[in-house]
Design a protein around this ligand. Structure first.
Ligand code: IDP
Ligand code: MG
Length: 132
């Protein structure tokens, strides 16, 4: 079974939407196989988003990701990576398709409620980052 990583971001934990997100995932056929609640340190957030080094939004993104609780979880499903990206929708909720999690609950392009790994290679790295 394929695995991917989802993080419920601080804007969603702050609005009591953890259960809502998990419900959407389970209804779509994902199985939660590992999960934790934590706050990220600045260095952890920078390491996690190292791929975005040099992007203009990185400092704000790191500040946002350390501003509250996050819930990283490992999800199992056939075709998990691609199916999760489809379920969560486009990065900017203004562009996210109807019925996607981000279209439904995200606040803006930064506070977009959930992270989902974007490839099998990154899913493996991101799962190891949180659950090694
Ligand atoms: P993704 O989460 O859909 O994979 P990425 O391009 O990998 O999107 O960006 C990582 C995160 O950085 C986004 O989920 C969002 O929180 C934030 N972000 C991306 N682009 C922008 C932007 O243009 N302005 C502000 N924040 C952004
Ligand atoms: Mg990404």
């Amino acid at each position: 079974m394929d695995k991917t990583l989802l993080i419920v971001k601080p804007d969603a934990t702050e609005r009591n939407l953890i259960g809502h997100v998990i419900g959407r995932l389970e209804k779509a056929g994902f199985r939660v196989v590992q999960m934790r609640m934590q706050t990220l340190s600045e260095s952890q957030a920078r390491e996690f988003y190292a791929v975005h080094e040099g992007k203009p939004f990185l400092d704000d993104l790191v500040a946002f990701m350390i501003s509250g609780l996050v819930v990283p979880m490992v999800l199992e499903k056939d075709n998990a990576v691609e199916d999760l990206r489809t379920l969560i929708g486009a990065t900017n909720p203004a562009n996210a398709a109807c019925g996607t999690v981000r279209q439904e609950i995200a606040l803006d392009v930064q506070r977009n409620s959930v992270h989902g790994s974007d490839s099998n290679e990154n899913a493996a790295k991101e799962i190891a980052f949180f659950f090694s």
